[in-house]
Design a protein around this ligand. Structure first.
Ligand code: TXA
Ligand code: MG
Length: 350
């Protein structure tokens, strides 16, 4: 299949009656799948009410069929047709954070949604993305749109149209290029069906932000255990992985450098995932600064691009600095741990 690719100017006033937006909406209405930017990562959209469209999403990504998709909407009223009831906490969170990087898991009701989109679960994940292109496409087509991240399953999520093309060219009908995404890590997935709302995937909206609106929030304990069974089916898969083995290093810059030097002495190409503050310190075959340590938002924004760059660099082994688990640092460390398959090297073992 030939994948069409076209650019849309993000300036909001230009998106009304925009032929580029109409083209995307038309393809979606014809049950084709189209990638478009959201504020977190690029999504691969398809009509959530059509089994065939949903099947195309799973096929293009090579995604396991037991992993449900998030339904994207531009107007809250659209939820009424597939959500059983909206608890008060969910209402308050939507007021505070929608549009924005927060997915709410709610009780599903019998509806026109494809069973495949929700992987046969009794619940459904819903979000309203905060991106002018995504919102314009959703409004134009008027359909609930199922949209996972637009990467091949297992690869880092795409934060540019070029990332999408690298993974999915020839497999999908179109790619709408709206430039690089902003947040860089996916939405926070919050289960609102449990007694205490529970974070199933840390993301763009932090635990601290959620708690400032609704009080105490829990975190799925499986997220910090290697072998448990997480409540978000997607969290059990190895993900985001660069091709070379990646190790997180809990220790000093000197120690991380020592590990890299040792590998290079053995004839390996060593890569280091550093920050703008530390990149000048290291000597290795590939040193990439992934944002600034004193601004974790910039680390989140460049994380997936950095992981993809290591593949192009043909590093044999990668060592990464670690980040504080505060604010968006939770999401950064969650994705890095997955990318590393939980491999952490401690400078001081005890
Ligand atoms: O930022 C985002 O959320 C991006 C953009 C494109 O919107 N989308 C995204 O979708 O990250 P995806 O499919 O890559 O990740 C969805 C996650 C998976 O871990 C999935 O298991 C979980 O959400 N999920 C979806 N519906 C669920 C449900 N009903 N119960 C529990 N987990 C659910
Ligand atoms: Mg994904």
């Amino acid at each position: 299949m030939e994948t069409k690719r076209w650019t849309v100017d993000n300036a909001v006033e230009k998106l009304i009656n925009n032929p580029q937006i109409k083209l995307a909406a038309q393809l979606l209405a014809e049950n084709e799948v189209v990638a478009f930017p959201t504020e977190t990562v690029y999504g691969l959209g398809g009509n959530a009410e059509n089994d065939g469209a949903v099947a195309k999403i799973f096929l293009a990504k090579g995604r396991p069929s037991d992993n449900p998709l998030i339904i994207h909407i531009a107007e809250r009223e659209k939820m009424a047709s597939f959500v059983e009831e909206i608890p008060r906490v969910a209402d308050r969170l939507m007021d505070a954070f929608w549009p924005g990087p927060l997915t709410l898991i709610l009780q599903k009701k019998k509806s026109a949604l494809s069973e495949k989109a929700t992987a046969g679960l009794e619940t459904v994940g819903v979000r309203m993305p905060d991106h002018p292109v995504a919102l314009a496409i959703l409004k134009e087509c008027g359909l609930p749109i199922a949209a996972p991240s637009a990467n091949s399953s297992g690869k880092p999520s795409p934060t540019t149209a070029a990332h999408v093309a690298a993974d999915l060219s020839g497999k999908i009908a179109g790619i709408v290029d709206g430039g690089p995404t902003g947040v860089g890590v996916e939405s926070t997935v919050l289960d609102c069906t449990s007694e205490v709302p529970t974070i199933l995937r840390p993301g763009g909206i932090t635990r601290e932000q959620l708690e400032s609106v609704i009080g105490s929030v829990e975190v799925d304990p499986a997220l910090s255990a290697e072998d448990a069974n997480p409540k978000a089916p997607g969290m059990k898969y190895r993900h985001y992985a660069p091709e070379a083995p990646l190790y997180l290093v809990a220790g000093s810059r000197e120690y991380l450098q020592q590990l890299a030097t040792q590998q290079m002495e053995e004839g390996k190409r060593a890569g280091i995932l550093a920050t703008e503050e530390s990149a000048g310190f290291y000597k290795a075959d590939v040193v990439i600064a992934c944002g600034k340590r004193d601004s974790l938002d910039t680390v989140a924004a460049s994380l997936y691009d950095t992981l993809r760059m290591f593949n192009e660099s043909e590093a044999d082994v990668i060592f990464s600095e670690m980040f504080p688990e505060v604010g968006v640092g939770h999401a950064i460390m969650n994705r890095l741990m997955k990318a590393a398959g939980n491999k952490v090297i401690f400078e001081h073992e005890n």
